[in-house]
Design a protein around this ligand. Structure first.
Ligand code: NAD
Length: 470
């Protein structure tokens, strides 16, 4: 375990190295100097990864799993330092489902990837034919990630890759490189040299990684637009891809739901990480019979949630991570207001406050075609749309070309599951939203991407399937 200052110093750009100052989105104060790695650095990382991978693969599942368990212990030993750095660079508060929660999830997902069983499968054994399915290491995997959950999503990408015998080169978001560099520094206390390297460069590095002939697979989490660019860059080398892209998740509240009982879970489904979450609830459809009651209960819950700087222990909501995202949220709320929608709460950012704080905002009486509904806001502003028939709600929920998550809210499980089955989304939660679990596969439908993460399915996605026939 190192102190916060020692950890930060160990990942800070060297004197003379190209660097970028990272600023705390809550205060505008500098957090640290991130190295800006080059294409040459990428080549070196790939060379080191290729050299380290065969010995790692030869260790086998049990020894690799044991190393990953030690890496999870290392994350826990440095948990507080990691959470503080994450909070400062990303903006999310220490408390609530935020920075400490994210670092805890890193350890939990590492342990799950280390211990999930994956035995060879006997596909046919009928006396004449014998066929067995194995998953062999791919080689070197590239991991490209976003800025909203930078540590946790990096672990989602690299833990199964390492468990399956691969080396990994990580390209973090330009907005949160220090968080990912610090995480890798801690993991590397327990991993062989060269096996895991972070190349903290810009889009050019991401593009080069996605097109590099020595990379066998790209794990990508980010926007749908970048996902499409990666499909193109990876085409010439026929890379395997797992794409976890943008979403615009719908939640449908059925008429028999109890507004008071569900308000808190609805709130966190939408406002986790101050709304900057891929599978957050981004459009809420409520039956007309209980529409006003749900709006009232949700407003009461949201009004009581403290928002402020991440290191202040009392806060559970933070700033937007960057100005561009702040402008998206502010623009969508203003357009909704101009269209005649009703702002129940928020919508009035304090221009004098430092940092990219946008207040928790609830927008009612809004048309389904409004941009705040139809586009991904990725921030703390939830539109609430009234419906009268289930068919109408399902049609509205399914109308977009993305389908990451969705949710149905009702005490009647049988009816809720029937509605869930009609929704075009990779996961449909009942009476909660966005609750991911390292044992349960997670992936998108439609343009939210393809490929599964987590569980045995997630491990298989980091291997090359091989049939031994005979
Ligand atoms: P982004 O697509 O702008 O950037 C993601 C990463 O891709 C960054 O590291 C960036 O440098 C890199 N990149 C950019 N252009 C590239 C290119 N041409 N080739 C290779 N790499 C390139 O996404 P973001 O703004 O950081 O993240 C927000 C988006 O991510 C939202 O749409 C959100 O819904 C989505 N997201 C999805 C999930 C999920 O699991 N489905 C999780 C988190 C975020």
């Amino acid at each position: 375990m190192e102190t916060y200052d020692a950890l930060l110093a160990s990942i800070t750009a060297a004197p003379g190295q190209d660097s970028r100052t990272m600023f705390d989105p809550a205060t505008g104060t500098p957090v640290g100097e991130a190295p800006v790695h080059t294409l040459e650095d990428l080549e070196q990382a790939i060379t080191a990864a290729r050299a380290a991978q065969p010995a790692w693969a030869a260790l086998g599942h049990d020894a690799r799993g044991a190393a990953l368990l030690k890496a999870a212990d290392a994350v826990e030993r440095s948990a507080e330092e990691l959470a503080r750095l994450l909070s400062r660079e990303q903006g999310k508060p220490l408390n609530g489902p935020n920075a400490r929660f994210e670092v805890g999830a890193c350890a939990a997902w590492l342990r799950a990837a280390a211990t999930t069983p994956l035995a060879p499968e006997t596909v046919v054994d009928d006396g004449e034919t014998y066929a067995e399915m194995h998953y062999r290491p791919i080689g070197v995997v590239g991991a490209i990630g976003p800025w909203n959950w930078p540590m946790m999503i990096t672990i989602w990408q690299i833990a199964p890759a390492l468990r399956m015998g691969n080396a990994v080169v990580v390209k973090p978001s330009e907005y949160t490189p220090l968080s990912v560099l610090a995480l890798a520094k801690v993991l590397n206390e327990e991993l062989p040299e060269g096996l895991l390297t972070v190349v903290s460069g810009g889009r050019d590095v991401g593009e080069a990684l996605a097109g590099h002939p020595a990379i066998g697979k790209i794990m990508f989490t980010g926007s749908t637009a970048t996902g499409k660019a990666i499909i193109k860059s990876s085409a010439d080398t026929v890379k395997r891809l797992t794409l976890e892209l943008g979403g615009n998740d719908a939640g449908i509240v059925l008429p028999d739901a109890d507004p008071k009982a569900i308000a808190r879970d609805l709130f966190w489904g939408a406002f986790i990480n101050t709304g900057q979450t891929c599978a957050a609830l981004k459009r809420l459809y409520v039956h007309a019979d209980i529409y006003d009651a749900v709006c009232d209960e949700l407003t009461a819950v949201a009004r009581a949630m403290p928002m402020g700087a991440g290191l202040d222990e009392g806060n559970v909501l933070g700033p937007l991570q960057n100005k561009a995202q702040y402008d998206v949220v502010a623009g969508l709320v203003e357009a909704a207001r101009d269209s005649g929608a009703k702002i129940l709460l928020g919508g009035n950012p304090d221009a004098d406050q430092p940092g990219f704080f946008y207040p928790a905002t609830l927008v009612a009486d809004i048309d389904n075609s409004n941009p705040l509904v139809a586009e991904e806001q990725f921030g703390p502003a939830l539109p609430i749309i009234r419906y009268t028939t289930i068919d109408e709600a399902v049609a509205m929920a399914n109308a977009l070309d993305v389908g990451l998550g969705a949710s149905v809210w009702s005490p009647g499980l049988t009816e809720a599951r029937k509605v869930a089955a009609r929704l075009e989304a990779g996961t449909v939660w009942i009476n909660r939203h966005g609750a991911v679990d390292p044992r349960v596969p997670f992936g998108g439908a439609k343009q939210s991407g393809y490929g599964l993460e987590f569980g045995a399915e997630g491990l298989k996605a980091l291997g090359v399937p091989q049939v031994i026939n005979g």
